[in-house]
Each structure stands twice: as C-alpha cells, then as structure tokens.
Design a protein around this ligand. Structure first.
Ligand code: ARG
Length: 461
C-alpha cells in the first residue's frame, strides 16, 4: 500500500528495498524524547497563535503525553513503513486521538523537526560530556594533590629527560580536560538556536512565533536563515570534533597507564575492577579498559570523519544523505561517555608506586640539566659549554655504571676545574624538581598552587 503520510501522489507503495534503505527508525528512535518535547512546544505555539484551536492544541498535547508514556513503558515500536521517529509518533498520535493529530504538522516539516530534535539531543550530549569531564578533573586534582611532591622521571622521546612530580604530570591532563570542556561549551553556545519554523526549507506562510518555540525549548533565539537551518549539521560536527579531541587526550592518558602498568616500568598497579585476566596465563592482569579507551578513540575519530564526508558537497537544502548524520553522533557519544568514565575510575583507584617512580628518576641521568645549570649559575660558564662539560660527566658515569652524583669530585674536577663540592646538592632529584619553580613548572610549590586554583575552578572550595 501507499505510505499514509505522503502516499497521495503515488500509485504504488515502496519496494522492500526502498523501505529498508529509507528507514531511520532503528536508530532515530533515540530522539523520541526530543521529538515529543519539540512537538509539544510547536503545538502550544500553534494554539497560542490561533493557527489551531485551543481545544485541538490541548487534545494533541495530551495525546503526545500518552505516546511518551507508552514509549517510556514499552519502548518505541520499529515499523519500517513509518520510516522515522517523527512519523512513528504522529501515526501513533492519530491512532490515539484521531484525525485532529493531523493538525500537529501545520507550519512544520520533518526537515526542521529533525534539525530541532537533533540539536536538542546534541546539546544534552555536550552537557553530559562536560559533566563527565568535570568528574575526571576532580579525580585528577585529588590525586595530584596527594602527589604534589612525588618524584618520577619526566620523558621526552619516552627517554628519561628531567625529574618531574607525579602531581605535575596529572595536572597536565587536568589542563587538557579544561580545554576539552571549553570546546564543548563553545560549541553549545554556538549551536543554541532554534531551527523550528524553518519548515521544509523556505519558512512558512502561517503566522508562527519562532521566538516562542525557541524560548520554550531553551534556545537563545531562532536561527536566522531557513535554508541554513535545515541543511547544516555543523553543530553535530562541532560536537564530534570536541569529542574526538577529548578522546585523543583520554587515549594518551590510557596509553601512559598501559606503559606504567607494564612490569619493566612498574609505576602503577591498576585497579582490579578495571583490568582483566588471561585464560591461559594465570599471572596476567591486563589493562583492557585503558586499551579500549585507546581503541575507542580511533572509532570516535571515525565517527567525525564519517559525518564530515556525509556533509561534504551537499547542495542546499535538505538531502536524504543527512539522515546518516545520527548513527556516528550516537555512536561517538556512547563511546565517549564510557571512555571518560573508565579513565575517571582509573585515575581514582590506581595505586601509584612512588618508590618505583622515584628509583626510575634516579636512573637515566635525569639531573644532567641541573649540573649544566649549576655550572652556568655558580661558575658563570655559558650554557652551551656547560652542556658539553656535563655530557662528558654523563659519559664517564655511564661507562662506570654509576649515577652522576656518585662520581667522585676529583673526577668531576678532572673534566672541569671549576666544579666544587656544592654541586652535589644540585644533583638530587628533589633539588632538581624544587629548582623548577618557574610559573607552571614542576616544583611542588607550583603544583600545589595550580591544584589550589583548580579546586576553586571546579567548585570544590
Ligand atoms: N528521517 C529523516 C532524517 O533523519 C527526517 C527528515 C526527512 N525529511 C525528508 N524530506 N525526507 O533526516
């Protein structure tokens, strides 16, 4: 048979293939709450404007509430003939309240309807990401506070570089999360305009009040161009870009936990609750959650790529390609929520093996820069020359298999006569981190200052 919503001009109904390729209900049923909310705002406005009678508006509103209650209790039925969530809801509404249901779609198209629903959904996803990242930041700050002066090796090229504090390392991720939150906040502010009333593409001849529906739905204003309103999905791309960037940050943190948990490093014991065992090797405790965060980041980037390529080259206004906007956004949002929660749990419950971290910082000549800096400061030697002298000292210590501060003074003086016994005080890892007290540096006092500011920013103080 012909489609009940648009079948008037058709002699025969869609083929099975047409119905299957056209159906978005399997995934866009996730928009049902937004669809009901937007329809209620629309019909209230139609009633207030006298476009439908107050009585019809009330009947439709009550009917929409009944549909919502059914969805809540039994889920959304999936009938491919009804294509999508919009027609599924309108069709059920008609079953419940009769032909008056047909007045709901006055001065509206599925094109502005879906754009509105999807914006509402994405706006919530942005708020959810923000809340998740806030919790992650709280965990990071809490652990950083505990470990403001726990010493670990800092790396470049994954080679021991200079000692840093674990608190400083964790606060690096706090900063990344802060920028990720600001990206979601920027995107939310930019997208918070209502496309409802753009209708199919050109606006409508009915005397609608777009400002009223915008306000009812929590938008700051109506959008200013009807063509743009129904054809762009940059708000969803903004969400995906912020999600992808967040996932990249989480993936780097996950990778660090994976490396730190491996036996040769032994910097952390991951919580049992976020690890798995091996079916053959009884000793194994694998960092699967962290590995999946690393893996999921790739999928989230894939979702971004997917929607970018869907939108690329589409002429104005709506094309059905745009129905494919939803699966990547839904998928990315689900994955992102999981990834943020997994890393929050890991930060909260990981045991940091500060003894192992400190011992590692003592190896690898992490305080070589401190020797060079000492030569500059105490002996007035130009940094490049000091660098060279220090390199000779490292070479000698390495050849003997000892640390820098285990070299006898006579050997250091043989390399450069200007060295004296005060140098040893500069070569400890504690002295090294304490010295790096420049603003934003790794010195414990700096870390504590940043933690204190962060606690205020997070509303913990
Ligand atoms: N299911 C459609 C989507 O998600 C709704 C809009 C359909 N509009 C249209 N003109 N066919 O994009």
């Amino acid at each position: 048979g012909s489609n009940q919503m648009w079948g008037g001009r058709f002699a025969e109904g869609p083929s099975a293939i047409m119905r299957e390729i056209n159906a978005s209900i399997p995934f866009d049923k996730a928009l049902w709450r937004q669809d009901i909310t937007a329809s209620k705002a629309h019909v209230a406005m139609l009633g207030a404007q006298g476009i439908v009678s107050a009585e019809d508006a009330a009947t439709i509103t009550t009917g929409l509430d009944r549909v919502a209650a059914e969805y809540e209790a039994h889920g959304v039925p999936e009938n491919w003939d009804l294509e999508d969530i919009h027609m599924t809801t309108e069709s059920r509404l008609a079953e419940l309240i009769g032909p008056v249901a047909g007045r709901l779609h006055t001065a509206r198209s599925r094109n502005d309807q879906v754009a509105t629903d999807f914006r509402l959904w994405v706006r919530e996803a942005m708020e959810q990401a923000d809340a998740g990242l806030h919790a992650l930041q709280v965990a990071l700050v809490t652990r950083a506070d505990e470990h403001a002066d726990s010493i670990m090796p800092g790396f470049t090229h994954l080679q021991t570089a200079q000692p840093v504090t674990l608190g400083h390392h964790l606060m690096a991720y706090y900063e990344m999360a802060a920028r990720d939150r600001s990206r979601f906040a920027d995107a939310r502010a930019r997208m918070n305009q209502s496309p409802l009333g753009a209708a199919a593409l050109a606006g409508t001849g009915f005397p609608i009040d777009r400002h009223a529906t915008a306000a009812a739905l929590g938008f700051d204003a109506p959008t200013r161009n009807s063509l743009d309103s129904v054809s762009d999905r940059d708000f969803a791309l903004d969400y995906l870009m912020a999600a992808a960037q967040t996932a990249l940050h989480l993936s780097r943190l996950a990778e660090e936990f994976i490396i730190w948990a491996s036996q040769p490093f032994g910097f952390v014991r991951l919580p049992d609750s976020l690890s798995t065992g091996s079916s053959i090797m009884p000793q194994k405790k694998n960092p699967d959650a962290a590995e999946l965060v690393r893996g999921h980041a790739g999928r989230i980037v894939g979702c971004l790529t997917s929607l970018m390529i869907t939108m690329k080259g589409l002429p104005l206004a709506y094309s059905k390609d745009m129905q494919d906007d939803k699966p990547p956004v839904f998928e990315a949002a689900g994955l992102l929520t999981l990834c943020i929660a997994a890393m929050t749990g890991m930060v909260e419950a990981t045991t940091f093996r500060t003894d192992r971290m400190r011992a590692a910082a003592e190896l690898g000549y992490a305080t070589a820069t401190d020797l060079a800096d000492w030569l500059v400061r105490q002996a007035g030697i130009p940094f490049r020359e000091a660098h060279h002298i220090t390199g000779s000292a490292v070479k000698l210590a390495e050849s003997r298999g000892i640390a820098l501060d285990q070299l006898p003074l006579a050997d250091l003086q043989a390399i450069d006569a200007r060295v004296d016994e005060r140098v040893y005080a500069a070569l400890s890892v504690e002295a090294s981190v304490a010295a790096r007290a420049s603003y934003g540096g790794t010195a414990p006092e700096q870390v504590k200052a940043r933690v204190a500011e962060a606690r205020v920013a997070l509303g913990l103080e």
